[in-house]
Design a protein. Structure first.
Length: 218
């Protein structure tokens, strides 16, 4: 049995992924903003992160995955989980329709969704999201808690900093470095390196403004 952390829209996608991947059964959901006992797609909300020790003691839990789309919030929930259960086992999941290249590496807690293409020698860090039909070309690196939105395209030898987000349909040419906590807006084309803590969008993408570490974007 496993646990899913989060009970909103992205959790629905992860529930579907776990069911299709087929190697684990879901016990229920953990969400501090929802009422215990509420239902999402047939699974009950069992409590919040502080309830983890009791839940782990009463059930045979093999691990879990954080199903929260916002990178910063996903990182905060990860920290809450580790405070409650320092040895919690985070699991990664790859959709059966995804294509994984030779020698590609995927870190703990990361999810690779339907139609994703990851090419050879890519390195995906911990708790990353590669959303529907996104692609990551050869030798590219996604650092921890970063994400690709649906239909985003990343060229070869690109480095994406931790907690950075590539939005819907954005395109990044080869050999680009995206700083940490950066946001690339929907439909953008990135042709130059992107600095830390910045909002960027357009064709070609331009620096718009600085952003705060925990600023919401979805």
């Amino acid at each position: 049995m496993i646990l899913i952390f989060g009970a909103a829209g992205h959790a629905k996608v992860i529930i579907d992924l776990v069911e299709k991947e087929g190697s684990h059964e879901i016990l229920g959901l953990i969400d501090s903003s929802k009422k215990k006992g509420d239902d999402l797609m047939g699974y009950k909300i069992l409590g919040q992160e502080s309830d983890l020790p009791d839940i782990m003691a009463n059930h045979s839990i093999k691990g879990g995955v954080i199903a929260i789309g916002d990178n910063g919030l996903r990182k905060k929930v990860n920290d809450k989980i580790l405070r409650a259960c320092p040895d919690f086992n985070f699991l990664s999941f790859v959709h059966p329709s995804a294509s994984m290249g030779k020698s590609a590496e995927v870190g703990i807690g990361s999810v690779i969704l339907a139609g994703v293409i990851v090419n050879s020698d890519c390195r995906i860090g911990n708790h990353c999201i590669l959303n529907t039909n996104s692609s990551l070309d050869h030798d590219s690196v996604m650092n921890n808690f970063s994400s690709l939105a649906p239909n985003s395209t990343v060229g070869g030898n690109v480095k994406i900093g931790e907690v950075s987000s590539i939005a819907l349909g954005a395109n990044i040419i080869q050999n680009i470095t995206i700083g940490k906590h950066a946001l690339i807006g929907a439909g953008s084309v990135v042709v130059e390196d992107i600095k830390d803590f910045s909002v960027n969008y357009g064709v070609p993408s331009k620096f718009i403004r600085n952003r705060k570490k925990d600023e919401k974007y979805i």
